[in-house]
Design a protein around this ligand. Structure first.
Ligand code: ATR
Length: 271
């Protein structure tokens, strides 16, 4: 099967390695390339890929929203996410799906975080957040609060889901409720990429929520370091990366790969 990941930049993508490891579990031959595509070239690159026999692809930053516009058919979760991270070629054209949210949910489950009737606080209101709201709600989260530096952006996002789900609320980073403890806090802001953490009160850590960062790297992010100093259990987004990949792999092949050995190998490699 001929697959690829499209992004801009793309050279550091771990997806080829992850999918090769999955394929090896089933003795499957897989060709999985990295394709660099600036947003304005993406449509053309995708067409070339299809003409060369490409049957499926992953899409990463900053192309996920554009990918949605190039699809002939969309899954419900891609539609709700407003973004596509998985493309499958069908007779009708490209079908778009989004496995980011289920990747996060599966990783939290693996980490032993119970989501049923839980209270989840998400920091940030960008594209990464939109993709995980529905899957978290479907996993049984009862309160999902979106807090963002720019409160209006969080409020707009919450309003999209609030009609269907009563438990979705929003605020600025400084107006987060601290009375009742949070089960899990997910950092989905880009603050970590600048070595910063979102400016939130220490009081949100009351009750020791599980603290998760969607970003991963060699070092824990400033947010995770801060949470660990307050004795909270923490995890970065490497597991989410592997889980979303597994869900994509399953869409293409119908095979369910084992994620833990792949995650462990990547972690060793990062250290
Ligand atoms: P993505 O698609 O990865 O979510 P994005 O749409 O650029 O990226 O969103 C980045 C998010 O990180 C936003 O929620 C942004 O807050 P604003 O909406 O107020 O811009 C947040 N963010 C970026 N830098 C931040 C910082 N230093 N502190 C807190 N939040 C930050």
């Amino acid at each position: 099967m001929k697959l690829a990941v499209f992004g801009y930049p793309i050279e550091h993508s771990l997806s080829p390695q992850i999918h090769s490891a999955f394929a090896a579990q089933f003795g499957r031959e897989l060709e999985y390339a990295r394709i660099l595509a600036a947003p304005e070239q993406f449509s053309e690159r995708l067409q070339e890929f299809h003409q060369a026999g490409g049957g499926g692809a992953n899409v990463t930053v900053p192309l996920k929203e554009i990918a949605l516009t190039l699809c002939d058919d969309l899954s419900e979760r891609a539609h709700a996410a407003g973004a596509v991270n998985t493309l499958i070629r069908t007779k009708q054209g490209w079908r778009g799906d989004n496995t980011d949210g289920i990747g996060l949910v599966r990783d939290l489950q693996r980490l032993g975080v119970g989501l049923k009737d839980s209270r989840v606080l998400i920091l940030g209101a960008g594209g990464a957040v939109r993709g995980v709201i529905m899957p978290l709600l479907n996993a049984g989260v009862s309160t999902l609060h979106i807090a963002n530096r720019t409160a209006a952006r969080a409020e707009r996002l919450a309003a999209e889901f609030a009609e269907k789900f009563a438990g979705v609320t929003a605020s600025s980073l400084t107006a987060i409720e601290t009375e009742r403890p949070w089960t899990v806090i997910i950092n989905a802001t880009a603050a970590g990429l600048q070595g910063e953490r979102p400016h939130v009160s220490e009081k949100i850590l009351h009750g020791q929520p599980f603290c998760y960062d969607m970003v991963y790297g060699q070092q824990p992010t400033a947010f995770l370091q801060w949470a660990a100093e307050q004795n909270c259990a923490t995890a970065d987004g490497l597991g989410m990366l592997v889980e979303q990949a597994a869900a994509s792999y399953r869409i293409w092949t119908t095979e369910q790969p084992q994620t833990l050995p792949v995650l462990q190998a990547l972690r060793q490699q990062l250290e």
